[in-house]
Design a protein around this ligand. Structure first.
Ligand code: NDP
Ligand code: MG
Length: 384
C-alpha cells in the first residue's frame, strides 16, 4: 500500500490520478488532496478516497470546504503555506505534483526535502529551477518519476539501460491543432479554437502551450533535468498520431520507443506504481485497422516558442524562469482575449530582454525573477 499526496487533485492530471487510485484501492491510500478553488470537486474527491487531509489554497473557500466535510473526520486547512507545511510534515511515500505553473515549485521542494518520492507532472518546477530541484533530489535520495507522457516514455525506454549509453532522445509532439496553419491564419486563432487539442484532453494552460508548441519547449528543458542531457542531445519530431510517446537512441544506433494510446492514465499509473506495472482495462492500441505513423520536422518560424525554450536552456541561469513566467502571463492574457495568439511569443521575448540575468540563481533569485517577469509581462500586455 503506497501512501500518496496529490497536489492539484481537481485538475486534469489530478482527477485522472484519483481514477487510478479508485482502480487500485488495494495499492494506494490517499493522505492529502489540494486544490486552488474547485471546492465542490475537492469535497467530493476527499469523501470518495477518504483522504486524511485536504487543503484549499484559496482561503475564501475554507469555510465552505470545512462545512462540506463536517463529520467525516477529514482535516481541512487552507492557504499555500498550509500546503507547504503539510506536504513536509505528514507521512507519505509519493507526492503526485499535478498543480499547474510556478505554484508547484515550493511544495515540490518541500516534498523532496522531507524525503518523499515525486511523481512529477508539474513540468514548470523543472523548467524554472531544474538545477535546485534535481540537486535537492540527489541530496535527499529522492526519486523523481516523470508523469509527462514523453518523459515517461523515455524513462520506460531507459529501464535496464546504462544512462551513459544514451546518444540522444527524441521527444514526439502532436504539433497541436494548428500544425498546418499559415502564419497569417495563426494571427486569427481564438482561445476557443486553441482549447480544442486533437489528441489529448488537458487543462487550459497546457492546451494553449501545446498549440504554441511552448509545451514541447518546456518539455525539452524538463528532459534536460530529468535525464541529465545536453541540449544537443534532445531532438523534437512532430508525430501527429501521438502513438509513439518518445524515443531514445543509444550509442550503438539502436532506437527504443514507447507506444500506446494517448491516455494520461497510463503514465500516471506507471509513475505511481513504479517499479511495478499494474494491470488495467484501459483501451488498448490496435493494429486493426492498420494506421500510418508519420513524422515531420517542427517549424520554428511558425512556432517560435520552441526555439525560445531551447535558447533559454542553452543560456542557463534564470533564463528559463523568465520565459516560464512571461509565458504563464501571456497565456492567461490570450485566454482572456487581451492579446492575440501570435503575440504570446512576442511578449515572452520582450520580457526576456527586460529582466536582469543571473548566472547562478538561488531559490530566492528564482522567486524574485518570477515576480519581476510577471510584472513586466503584464505591463507589456497592457501597452498592446
Ligand atoms: P489543470 O489546470 O487542469 O489543474 C491544475 C490543478 O492545480 C488544479 O487542481 C488547480 O486547482 C490547482 N492549482 C492551480 N493553481 C493553483 C495554486 N496557485 N495553488 C494551488 N493549487 C493550484 O492542469 P493540468 O492537470 O492540465 O496540468 C497540471 C500539470 O501537469 C501542469 O504543470 C501541466 O503542464 C502538467 N501536465 C499535464 C498534462 C495533462 O494531460 N493535463 C500532461 C502532462 C503534463 P483548481 O481546480 O481549484 O483550480
Ligand atoms: Mg507531454
Amino acid at each position: 500500500m503506497k501512501k500518496i499526496i496529490i497536489l492539484g487533485s481537481t485538475g486534469s492530471i489530478g482527477t485522472q490520478t484519483i481514477e487510478v487510485v479508485k482502480t487500485h484501492p488495494d495499492k494506494f491510500k490517499v493522505e492529502m488532496l489540494t486544490a486552488n478553488s474547485s471546492a465542490d470537486l475537492l469535497i467530493e474527491q476527499a469523501k470518495a478516497v477518504n483522504s486524511k487531509y485536504v487543503v484549499i489554497a484559496n482561503k475564501s473557500y475554507y469555510e465552505y470546504v470545512r462545512a462540506g466535510l463536517f463529520g467525516t473526520g477529514i482535516t481541512v486547512l487552507s492557504g499555500s503555506t498550509a500546503i507547504n507545511d503539510l506536504v513536509a510534515s505528514i507521512d507519505a511515500d509519493l507526492v503526485v505534483t499535478a498543480m499547474v505553473g510556478f505554484a508547484g515549485l515550493i511544495p515540490t521542494l518541500k516534498a523532496i526535502e522531507s524525503r518523499k518520492n515525486i511523481a512529477l507532472a508539474n513540468k514548470e518546477t523543472l523548467v524554472v529551477a531544474g538545477d535546485l530541484v534535481t540537486e535537492a533530489a540527489r541530496k535527499h535520495s529522492v526519486q523523481i518519476i516523470p508523469v509527462d507522457s514523453e518523459h515517461s516514455a523515455i524513462f520506460q525506454c531507459l529501464q535496464g539501460e546504462n544512462p551513459t549509453s544514451v546518444e540522444k532522445i527524441v521527444l514526439t509532439a502532436s504539433g497541436g491543432p494548428f500544425r498546418n496553419y499559415s502564419l497569417e491564419q495563426l494571427k486569427h486563432v481564438t482561445p476557443e479554437n486553441a482549447l480544442k487539442h486533437p489528441n489529448w484532453s488537458m487543462g487550459a494552460k497546457i492546451t494553449i502551450d501545446s498549440a504554441t508548441m511552448m509545451n514541447k519547449g518546456l518539455e525539452v528543458i524538463e528532459a534536460r533535468w530529468l535525464f541529465d542531457l545536453r541540449p544537443d542531445q534532445i531532438d523534437v519530431v512532430i508525430h501527429p498520431q501521438s502513438i509513439i510517446h518518445s524515443l531514445v537512441q543509444f550509442s550503438d544506433g539502436s532506437i527504443k520507443a514507447q507506444m500506446g494510446l494517448p491516455d494520461m492514465r497510463l503514465p500516471i499509473q506507471y509513475a505511481m506504481a513504479y517499479p511495478n506495472r499494474l494491470p488495467n482495462t484501459f483501451e488498448r492500441y490496435k493494429f486493426d485497422p492498420i494506421h500510418s505513423l508519420t513524422f515531420e520536422k517542427p517549424d520554428t518560424q511558425k512556432f517560435p516558442c520552441l526555439k525560445i525554450a531551447y535558447e533559454a536552456l542553452i543560456k542557463k541561469g534564470n533564463h528559463a524562469c523568465i520565459v516560464n513566467a512571461a509565458n504563464e502571463i501571456a497565456v492567461a492574457a490570450f485566454l482572456q482575449k487581451k492579446i492575440g495568439f501570435t503575440q504570446i511569443p512576442e511578449i515572452i521575448l520582450q520580457t526576456v530582454e527586460k529582466i536582469a540575468k543571473i548566472d547562478h540563481p538561488t531559490l530566492q533569485d528564482y522567486i524574485e525573477t518570477d515576480v519581476e517577469s510577471r510584472v513586466v509581462a503584464t505591463s507589456l500586455i497592457e501597452k498592446t
